[in-house]
Write a protein that binds this ligand. Sequence first.
Ligand code: SF4
Length: 444
Amino acid sequence: MSTSLRTSASPKVGIVSLGCPKALVDSERILTQLRSEGYKTSATYEAADVVIVNTCGFIDSAVQESLDAIGEAMAENGKVIVTGCLGAKKNLILEKYPDVLSISGPQNYEAVMKAVHLAVPPKHDPRFDLMPAQGVKLTPKHYAYVKISEGCNHKCSFCIIPSMRGKLDSRRIDDVLREAERLVKGGVKELLVISQDTSAYGLDRKYEPAMWRDKEYRTSMLDLCKGLGELGVWSRLHYVYPYPHVDEIIPLMAERKILPYLDIPFQHASREVLKAMKRPASSENTLKRLEAWRAICPDITIRSTFIVGFPGETEAQFEELLGWLKEAKIDRAGCFAYSPVDGATANKIGGDVPEDVKQDRLKRFMQTQARISKAKLKKKIGSVIEVMVDEIDDEGIVTGRSWADAPEIDGKVYLSADRALKPGQIVKAEVIQANAHDLNAEVI
Ligand code: SF4
């Protein structure tokens, strides 16, 4: 069985991968999805909560090998999900192993993930998970999340992730780039880099170098961006903190090696509140940093999240946040009214903000940001943008995203076109309408 066994309360999935390189790409894709949803992989049948067997059915000996692998997994674990080429011969499998949980054919990641969810539901907590707040959702085939590290070295007072997931544990650069490469070979057009702190990537490995495509890359955010830039697809960074070394990747954005998009969870603008939150990079002058980045890459899109009503937050500190927002003019912002998390040190700070005040601040924040966003999107009317087609519904309505929009969390572009489009396709379109979040555009 592949990959390592780690200690964690997260559900564990074992995966047995048989067959050709195409089947391996499928296994990689399933592993990526599992990892991004918080599942761990298990190296033993015993420790796994469920086992996926990715089969081959090309020649008789491969069929036998696959059936034997299913048999072994059934005997050793008992909870088995079968996928891959042999999945097309369902009856053959059911004759021998009527108790397998699910059988699906090759590239049917959705069926596999559905079966995993049924067998061992993911531990999803929208406050901590890196996936969108809407919860666990299967990514369509044309984009994929790439988790570059686990855990975190910070001690934000509202967060218990370090105690749950441990210290920063980065994957080595060649491992990440090989996964990204395989995903692209498998048809993925957009890679979404996730971690708890992407700007800290590689620190725990002392930026260890490794070879990929006959070239040396360091396990660092900069080299990660350089490597992803070689793949010729959209690469988007999430969870970056505004440290000085982030400046190094902005030229790569200006050159379009990676998308000029940064997801930076600023959380607040008041130094005192940030200090109470124990936020990384809390002493950085973020307005200055944004200005410098925009000087190098004028169309960089910044998205962020904020917390209002943190214990002890005064009206003046909240006003400071609104003032920052008006000056920073970031493109997208999500905001949450603070709610305590069991075990977080912030619970001991005191000075709780009453619920109605929190809700009022949340409303004022969102109204301010909506005005900023609306004005920014209005400026796009008449311009030609690149749009990735995401979905075509039963009524033929085509929804996509510009590179300034991450899936699930940012805006959408509603497309009209005089030709058939398909998900994953990137088209040029002229923006004809805008509101505070979304655009309407015509494919040219
Ligand atoms: S940076 Fe802070 S909020 Fe993010 S995971 Fe680490 S401790 Fe939690």
